[in-house]
Design a binder for this molecule. Structure first.
Ligand code: GDG
Length: 472
């Protein structure tokens, strides 16, 4: 039995995946990803607990321990997965928060399920938190949890971090449940965003919608202060840097280039198959470069890894069909015997294979139409201690704020995409090294550990105005 904890993470998913061995026995393995890596040591130090959904419908599990973390499973029914997760989270909020690049679905049944599931998470967190515990709620699936939890447990210190962009007031305004959502977030002591612009959008929204005043980063409610601040997330630089120096990863990278026919330029895209990632636009631009004769089929190969994602959501099914049609069309028009200019993979890969791919790529093409941060861009930089390699990066990715030495591009502008991809292919080793060195310094300094520790120390320190408020 897991007791109460002084530190809790509340996230849609538990940080583990179920693995079934050949003999049929099932166990859990820690999920890959920076968030878990950054938070696991804090969890171990503070006897922390992580609350989340285990990933399959109707799974009722007793609390269990894995890698020194106490895991508390929050069950979801098949209907809740459809309405709360695929519905309100991924068909309503996801497109709304990403500049409405796809039309958001507004459906009352989805909203009801979102509210009910958020309530379940809040109740579970209230039940597992020690007096005065620190609770860190993650992301857009759980925006009502901070206020629900405060109502149940006013003694807690509550933080919230949004991994995706926070939209401008004019877009957020469309949401029929806009007041409830904002009030949900205002239950936190600290609301963290990827960029200062997201935090500013949120403060303006609070004033327009609820009439609450703010000054600097602080929003003044009647009885307390909510702080808003940017904490740009990052990657485990040390782990990736070490991984790409391993002989087996180095030789795998060489092998990948050979398997691709040893072209002069290997271009790479790695994304969840998502309509926010601008995959179609970048492939279109690459196809035009081939058709215009600016590059020849044997000269460059574009490897696009499109990891399967949200496959039951209608918009994602359509996207998959569109991209696969497009890849077929471009390859059909431009291939030569034995070489296809676009190599498309709708699969996921182990981490070290991904690292070898990053190492093998001359040009990393990261061109989302909107992205909270984009870790792929930072991972690519972390993998290039050789100072080789060019990053083509969308101005609409949060990472563009930090990685100013990338080949920055407007992903809506096909000509600009073509220009920047060509510039990246033609740049001299000296220029590439100059750009990469600066970007690496940034990612090495601001890694994911720093992200987590800055958020937590900000959450735990009282705000400048707080003592004054409590005296009055
Ligand atoms: C959200 C926000 C924000 C991808 N394919 C494979 C694989 N991946 C890994 C990448 C990277 C991660 O998935 C994707 O992270 P991104 O940041 O690029 O994008 P989202 O999934 O949309 O993430 C985003 C992020 O949250 C964190 O706050 O940056 O803006 O949208 O780490 O490497 N990993 C493995 N195999 C694959 O095939 N192992």
């Amino acid at each position: 039995m897991v007791g109460r904890s002084s530190f809790l993470i509340v996230a849609n998913r538990l940080p583990v995946d179920r693995v079934v061995e050949q003999d049929g026995t099932a166990s859990w393995r820690r999920s890959p990803g920076g968030l878990v890596t950054a938070i696991a040591p804090v969890m171990q130090r503070r006897h922390g607990a992580w609350l989340g959904w285990p990933g399959a419908p109707d799974e009722e599990l007793e609390p269990f321990e894995q890698d020194g973390m106490n895991l508390i499973s929050i069950p979801l029914t098949a209907e809740e997965i459809e309405l709360y997760y695929e519905g309100f989270s991924n068909a309503t909020l996801w497109p709304l928060y990403h500049d409405v690049v796809a039309p958001p679905v507004f459906e009352r049944s989805m909203w009801e399920a979102y509210r009910a599931v958020n309530e379940r998470f809040a109740r579970a967190a209230a039940a597992h938190a020690e007096q005065g515990a620190v609770v860190w709620v993650q992301d857009y699936q759980l925006q009502l949890v901070p206020a629900m939890l405060r109502e149940l447990r006013p003694d807690l210190r509550i933080g919230f971090f949004l991994h995706i962009p926070f939209p401008p007031v004019e877009l957020f305004w469309q949401l029929p449940w806009r007041r409830e959502l904002v009030q949900g977030l205002l239950g936190a002591d600290l609301v963290g965003f990827q960029l200062p612009g997201g935090a500013a959008n949120f403060r303006r929204l609070c004033r327009r919608l609820l009439g609450v005043p703010y000054k600097g980063s602080e929003i003044f409610l009647e009885d307390r202060i909510v702080r808003t601040q940017a904490f740009p997330i990052s990657v485990d630089f040390g782990e990736l840097d070490e991984m790409v120096r391993r002989p087996e990863v180095v030789s795998r990278a060489k092998e990948i280039r050979m398997e691709l026919g040893d072209p002069e330029h290997v271009l790479l895209g790695v994304d969840r198959l998502d309509y926010t990632k601008g995959i179609g636009q970048r492939l279109e631009a690459f196809g035009e470069l081939l058709k215009d004769g600016r590059i020849t089929p044997g000269e460059a190969v574009f490897v696009q890894i499109a990891t399967p994602s949200r496959e039951r959501v209608e918009e994602y099914r359509r996207l998959r069909d569109d991209i696969e049609l497009q890849v077929g069309r471009i390859n059909g028009e431009t291939s030569e015997f034995g070489s296809q200019p676009i190599q498309y993979f709708h699969q996921s890969y182990p981490k070290d294979e991904l690292a070898a791919l990053y190492l093998a790529a001359d040009v990393m093409v990261v061109t989302p139409l909107r992205d909270g941060m984009n870790l792929v861009a930072k991972e690519y930089v972390a993998c290039h201690h050789d100072l080789n390699g060019a990053l083509v990066l969308s101005e609409f990715a949060g990472a563009a704020d930090e990685l100013r030495q990338a080949f920055l591009v407007n992903p809506y502008d096909v000509e600009d995409l073509k220009r920047q991809m060509l510039a990246a292919m033609r740049a001299t080793p000296h220029e590439l090294a100059r750009r990469m060195r600066t970007m690496r310094r940034r990612v090495a300094t601001y890694d994911v550990d720093r992200w987590a520790s800055e958020f937590l120390s900000s959450l735990e320190s009282p705000s400048a105005s707080e003592p004054a408020m409590s005296r009055s």
